[in-house]
Design a protein around this ligand. Structure first.
Ligand code: HPA
Length: 266
């Protein structure tokens, strides 16, 4: 960690971010417009490279709407074969850089049948169905306690603030519970039925590990899903990664204005 932080600080002239933003599938372009410093993941000591299409793999630093922000243009996923501690390492890096609030974004399938592709959803809570937990292993008290409370990961005040921002922009925003699976296969219709019965509104393959670690480190978390498709079995359409990227790409203008408005209001 020391090596990682030393390298980042040296390459960014000591830029001290206060807000972290992890950009999910199809949403990474946001960082292209705000790019004071950009470091390739592969150049950062002990960081890892992202290999999924549609992800760039850069850590981008910029002042946006008067806030100092560090952005991950593309994240690493459990299904790529990385360990939980590898995929959540960047969250700890952000904590070490001074980040206090983290915005986690993703593309997700709609489990809630009233949601439409292109909708944005504020994550109110999550269900970890990945079969593991990123905090398994020896605990480093420097970051957080052994048994962290999880009763309000996605902070109510941030959800309220984001909702207000969306209203001001005329964006009809959804709220709901994000259900995380390991992937990489999409779910079966039976699994989506189960997720719905368990209280899920959206389903995806990311975000939850980062949210658990961010909460553990004492970061305030805001989660935003871009609904990219109806989940398995809801429509007759077969699911494809292309569709996910295309739909999130179409939502990117709304996504961008919402993020800008949130950053301004924070
Ligand atoms: N399931 C899981 N992950 C996803 C989906 C989905 O339907 N859409 C985007 N990410």
């Amino acid at each position: 960690m020391e090596e990682t932080i030393k390298y980042i600080k040296a390459k960014t002239d000591g830029f001290k971010p206060e807000i972290g933003l992890i950009l999910g599938s199809g949403l990474g372009e946001f960082a292209d417009d705000y790019c004071e410093y950009a470091l390739l993941y592969s150049d950062i000591p002990n960081f890892i490279k992202s290999s999924v299409k549609g992800h760039k793999g850069r850590l981008v630093f910029s002042e946006i709407e008067g806030k100092k922000v560090v952005m991950m243009q593309g994240r690493n996923h459990f299904y790529e074969g990385y360990t939980m501690s590898e995929i959540t390492y960047p969250v700890k890096v952000m904590k070490e850089l001074g980040v206090k609030t983290i915005i986690l974004t993703n593309a997700a399938g709609a489990v809630n049948e009233s949601f439409r592709p292109g909708d944005l959803m504020l994550i109110t809570d999550h269900i970890n169905f990945m079969g593991t937990n990123p905090l398994i292993g020896p605990n480093d008290e420097k970051f957080g306690e052994r048994f962290p409370d999880m009763s309000e990961i996605y902070k109510k005040d941030l959800i309220k603030l984001a909702k207000k921002c969306a209203e001001k922009l005329g964006i009809d925003i959804q709220r709901g519970v994000y259900f995380a699976t390991s992937g990489p296969s999409y779910e079966t219709p039976a699994e989506i039925n189960m997720a719905r019965i368990l209280g899920a509104d959206a389903v995806g393959m990311s975000t939850v590990p980062e949210a658990i670690v961010a909460n553990y480190c004492g970061l305030k978390v805001l989660g935003i899903s871009c609904i990219s498709n109806a989940a398995s079995g809801i429509s007759d359409m077969k699911l494809s990664h292309m569709e996910v990227i295309e739909t999130t790409n179409k939502a990117k203008t709304r996504f961008k204005s919402l993020i800008l408005s949130i950053l301004k209001a924070l």
